[in-house]
Ligand binder design. Structure first.
Ligand SMILES: *Cc1c(COP(=O)(O)O)cnc(C)c1O
Length: 310
């Protein structure tokens, strides 16, 4: 049985009834410690396709904390498919060991190229990527965040039979691929809320590229300044959340979304349904590198890092 078919679906965990709103977390983070949550869903059909090719290799893109690169590196190792990661920020080349994510990627056998933010922005059109693709005709291009048609197909499998009873479904947004899959598989009466985790104003276009359904809303008030930016209020919330519900959140995506959900409900600004399902998209491998950064700056850290497997 292939790796992706050997896992069970995730379980739902009711955490609270806040002002009469019931909040249930879908524990996609428990699927696998590294290929976790939405990255498992997004890679499933992509790696199934690669594994049918003769001699595939995969190139993709991500930042120094990227859950996507970590998951791709791990899947590459499991499938025995060589992987290349283009990393945002040339400064990382000389200090790969400072990022537990990049160290992990390299240990899985991923070849890493750390490039300037200008080069990174060009992604597959950069001179470096073009050169690598030209040199190797078997090199398969997996877009940033893994978002492509096969990824959306996998994300349609997040919602299951038991999720038909919820009024509202919340998920965090990076590139938007995950939300597109959720929108496509939700019932017509279910409301879908996407919480932006970064200042990506084009995300609406990406989502519309993959789904024509318009029944969803974008919430961009809880980005905390952008990708991987956090403050002590957020870290404190995440520590309290762990203490109260024993559910670890990641600092880049799910922590911000749950902060937003609790904040909207407490401030009586929640205008959607009462029975809320929140997708825990995983990403817990990002806790340790974030803590290292916070520690260096002398800031409050996440206090459940030692209890995680990754
Ligand atoms: C990558 C990631 C997201 C964002 O997924 P997109 O499909 O890019 O929007 C959300 N949550 C976690 C934990 C992630 O790792």
């Amino acid at each position: 049985m292939s790796f992706f078919n050997s896992f069970k679906n995730s379980t739902n965990q009711l955490v609270d009834s806040l002002n009469g709103y019931s909040i249930t977390i879908k524990r996609e983070d428990l699927i696998h410690p590294i290929v976790s949550g939405n990255k498992f869903r997004k890679l499933k059909y992509n790696f199934e396709a690669y594994s049918k090719m003769d001699n595939p290799r995969v190139i993709s893109f991500g930042g120094a904390f990227s859950n996507h690169l970590a998951a791709t590196a791990q899947a590459g190792k499991l499938f025995n498919i060589p992987t290349i990661g283009i990393v945002r920020g040339e400064e990382w080349q000389d200090k790969l060991e400072d990022s537990t994510t990049l160290t992990f990627c390299r240990r899985q056998g991923m070849t890493l190229y750390c490039v300037t933010r200008e080069v990174y922005k060009e992604k597959e059109n950069s001179i470096l990527a073009q050169k690598l693709l030209a040199e190797d005709p078997e090199l398969q291009l997996l877009p940033e965040g893994g978002t492509n048609v096969l990824a959306i197909k996998g994300c349609r499998e997040i919602l299951a039979e038991e999720d038909r009873k919820y009024d509202v479904i919340c998920s965090s947004i990076g590139t938007g691929g995950t939300l597109a899959g959720i929108i496509e598989s939700a019932l017509p009466q279910q409301e879908i809320l996407g919480f932006n985790a970064l200042n990506n104003f084009e995300v609406q276009n990406t989502i519309s590229e993959f789904t024509k359904n318009l029944k969803w809303a974008l919430i961009s008030d809880y980005t905390f300044g952008g990708y991987a930016k956090v403050n002590s209020e957020l870290i404190e919330f995440m520590n309290e959340f762990y203490q109260q519900y024993q559910i670890p959140l990641d600092p880049i995506y799910t922590g911000k979304m749950l902060f937003g959900i609790f904040d909207l409900i407490k401030k009586q600004k929640w205008t959607w349904g009462r029975n809320i399902l929140v997708i825990h998209t995983g990403g817990l491998q990002g806790v340790k590198p974030m803590n290292a950064l916070l520690q260096k700056k002398g800031l409050l850290t996440l206090n459940y890092a030692s209890e995680l497997f990754c």
